[in-house]
Design a protein around this ligand. Structure first.
Ligand code: ADP
Ligand code: MG
Length: 247
């Protein structure tokens, strides 16, 4: 697991409480360039809170998070600037319903003046081809299936040329027959070298695509390992119990 790749995200003793509910209880880990980290664990264990903390959608109550060396927990850090480098894909797509697919993808780079409309359109069409939906450029999200919406959401996140992609249960809201097409796009993205952190219940994806699997339970990383070791040799009794239920 130790590689020479550069550390993109460093998490030090991350804590988060909502009032007296301690949700994250001292998480420390590093995400290196090119890693595909699958985060698994029971419902309510803090997986989303952890992921959302990585781009400060949640503000930690303790600890530090560094993104490319910048302390994003520091109040003076320009988080909007950092977020340009962090793509995020949610369970519920969050596409703008009154904009076409192409406009959804072009919106952020054009609004932030990172690309001209012409550049953004070219990029959008490239990405639509990459996710297999070039013919949907002028469609509205409402006319798409869940699987298509999620592929568009991935394309939209990629339009910003992020350094890392965060996924929070990207297939959990999909009908079963649409899960595969989204996982396939994510697998291709992983193979292209993208750094990814993926909260998922898809154990096949964790086993086959992840470079590291992390088990979060009760707000802490209880175990992490290569997929092979993680699934063949789980150590923590709680992980064994969890795996016995989901495999
Ligand atoms: P997971 O993604 O592993 O299911 P979450 O990170 O969503 O878990 O939630 C962990 C705990 O934090 C839960 O008890 C949840 O109720 C609580 N929680 C999450 N977000 C909030 C919030 N905005 N306000 C209060 N409690 C929250
Ligand atoms: Mg969650």
């Amino acid at each position: 697991m130790t590689t020479n790749e550069k550390v993109l995200i460093k998490v030090e003793n991350l804590q988060k409480s909502f009032e007296d509910n301690k949700v994250l209880d001292g998480i420390s880990t590093e995400i290196r360039q090119g890693e595909v980290v699958a985060v698994i664990g029971p419902s309510g264990s803090g997986k989303s809170t952890f992921l959302r903390s990585l781009n400060r959608l949640e503000i930690p109550t303790g600890g530090k998070i560094y993104f490319e060396g910048v302390d994003i927990t520091a109040p003076e850090t320009d988080i909007d600037h950092v977020r340009q480098k962090i793509g995020m894909v949610f369970q519920q797509f969050n596409l703008f319903p009154h904009k076409t697919v192409k406009e959804n993808i072009m919106l952020a780079p054009v609004t932030l003046k990172l690309m001209t409309p012409e550049e953004a359109e070219k990029k959008a069409m490239e990405l639509l081809t990459r996710v297999g939906l070039p013919d949907k450029a002028d469609a509205y999200p409402g006319s798409l299936s869940g699987g298509q919406k999620q592929r568009i959401a991935i394309a939209r996140a990629l339009a910003m040329n992020p350094d890392v992609m965060l996924f929070d249960e990207p297939t959990s809201a999909l009908d079963p027959e649409m899960v595969g097409e989204v996982l396939e796009i994510m697998k291709e993205l992983a193979e292209s070298g993208m750094t990814m952190v993926v909260v998922t219940h898809e154990m096949g994806f964790a086993r086959e695509v992840a470079t590291r699997v992390v088990f979060i339970n009760e707000g802490n990383i209880q175990e992490e390992n290569t997929p092979q070791e993680f699934f063949a040799n789980p150590q923590h009794p709680r992980l064994r119990e969890f795996l016995s239920k989901v495999l």
